[in-house]
Write a protein that binds this ligand. Structure first.
Ligand code: ATP
Ligand code: MG
Length: 455
């Protein structure tokens, strides 16, 4: 466990992630009463003056960009042990890497997100900065008060001012997203390097696959045969090894993608090519539940918040405080090992972006319907190796009967229940899969299960 509980006026709440050079924490700014993200340079690097300088130059460059499309830096400082940190805007919607955990996105969504990332890169370019490390984990999502999502580019650890970059000799960037000129000593870098990386991000959002080395990229239409040839051509042009043949600017690429997104027919996630994480099926299930994120649910009645999925077939009540975020767009039962498809489902939690992280202390509920599959058998096979299995018990009310299996002592101290329900009457379908994440203390499981309505 991390020994520091407070950095200046920022109270650390939990770890958001760790990268090559440091750790990012969710913290609370007690003065402004607002969440922030604090990035702290790792101890083993903090004595290296060149790394320290690079770390702090990231903060200064982010500040210099001063764009709402780029993560904002509020503060900078040093821990008593000498580790530098900077404080930035908290992206509550996670990263594109987390969205990708459930496989490729619907094409219009993938194009819109890539276009927004390209617009963010363009904002940097206008400030004279080449990012040089655009990849899914550096594209953050933040929910605006009206529920729409903003895309923020982060992590300029490798960025340099255009002026400095001209004589650059360092191979930099991340494999798959890195243009050939970034691996060539002295090639000189300009905004088209980011166009390549943005093309790689778009390619991955559409196909679910990181592109192969420059010049050997499999045409995206071969991985996703329903892909519009115009979209495939736009991505391929961004991924041209010869930068003279790429889109001349991130803005031009963004415009093309926006245009294509308008024309692209709304389609669901592609079937078949889903890439499962090395997580339990149950945890993956929620990531598969789609990308629509609605905020700020109204409390209804004395006990808790009532939420429903987009089809209106599922409704459930969760305790107050759990209902901050809702994903209502369904799920793919393949995540539980059942035949692939798209069925009604919802996930509601205080922090959906970290649902997959068993150490995160998230509180929430996932409910997925299955019209054909044997959910009971699948849930019986779920395991959570990081937690302690407490055993199973029967559940029955007027509508449902089934099995509740409980784990506690998960890494963040949390408790997890997995439930498979069948209608109490004779009909065997639909079956319902319910996953509940809560902290130790009083158990909300039965109240939640009794509140469940499925039509
Ligand atoms: P790399 O070191 O290769 O850049 P990375 O991008 O994952 O990898 P970091 O930039 O250190 O590493 O960030 C670690 C993780 O913290 C990110 O993947 C992201 O999930 C999370 N994160 C970073 N910045 C923020 C932020 N402002 N708001 C919310 N989450 C963030
Ligand atoms: Mg990063």
């Amino acid at each position: 466990m991390h020994s520091v509980q407070r950095i200046g006026r920022y109270r650390l709440e939990r770890r958001l992630g760790t990268g090559a050079f440091g750790t990012v924490w969710l913290a609370h700014d007690d003065e402004l009463d607002a969440p922030v993200a604090v990035k702290v340079l790792a101890e083993n690097w903090s004595h290296r003056m060149d790394v320290r300088e690079r770390f702090l130059s990231e903060a200064r460059l982010l500040r210099k960009a001063g764009s709402p499309r780029v993560v904002q830096v509020y503060d900078i400082g040093e821990l008593p042990d000498g580790r530098p940190y900077f404080v930035m805007e908290y992206a509550d919607g996670g990263t594109l890497a987390e969205l990708l955990a459930a496989g490729p996105l619907p094409v219009p969504e993938a194009l819109r997100l890539t276009a927004l990332a390209a617009r963010s890169a363009h904002a940097l370019h206008e400030a004279g900065i080449v990012h040089r490390d655009v990849k899914p984990s550096n594209v953050l999502l933040r929910t605006a008060p009206d529920g729409t999502r903003r895309v923020l580019l982060a992590d300029l650890g490798l960025a340099k001012s255009l002026a400095e970059a001209s004589g650059l000799t360092l191979a930099a960037g991340s494999a798959g997203y890195r243009p050939p000129e970034q691996a060539e000593p002295g090639a000189g870098i300009d905004e088209r390097a980011d166009v390549y990386s943005l093309g790689a991000v778009g390619y991955q959002l559409v196909t679910g696959t990181v592109p192969a080395a420059p010049g050997r990229v499999v045409p995206p239409g071969r991985l996703r045969p329903d892909l519009d040839p115009g979209v495939a051509a736009a991505l391929t042009r961004a991924l041209e090894p010869d930068r003279e043949r790429r889109w001349p600017s991130a803005e031009a690429f963004a415009r093309e993608l926006e245009h294509a997104a308008e024309g692209a027919a709304p389609a669901g996630r592609p079937r078949g090519r889903r890439r499962l994480l090395a997580l339990t099926a149950a945890v993956v299930a929620v990531a598969a539940a789609g990308t629509a994120l609605t905020l700020a649910l109204r409390p209804s009645g004395p006990a808790g918040v009532r939420v429903a999925d987009a089809t209106g077939r599922i409704a459930v009540r969760v305790p107050d405080g759990w209902g901050r975020q809702l994903r209502d767009s369904g799920w793919d039962p393949a995540a539980l090992g059942l035949p692939a498809g798209h069925e009604p489902g919802l996930a509601v939690a205080d922090d959906l972006a970290h649902w997959q992280d068993l150490a995160s202390g998230v509180r929430g509920v996932f409910v997925g319907l299955s019209e054909q599959g044997d959910v009971t058998a699948r849930v019986a096979a779920v395991d959570h190796p990081g937690c302690r299995y407490q055993g199973g018990r029967a559940f029955a009310d007027g509508d449902w009967r089934g099995q509740v299996r409980t784990w506690d002592g998960c890494p963040g101290g949390g408790r997890l229940t997995e439930t498979a329900l069948r209608p109490a009457g004779a009909a065997g379908q639909p079956q319902v899969y319910v996953q509940i994440r809560q902290r130790s203390g009083s158990d909300a499981t039965d109240g939640i299960l009794r509140s469940l309505r499925v039509t």
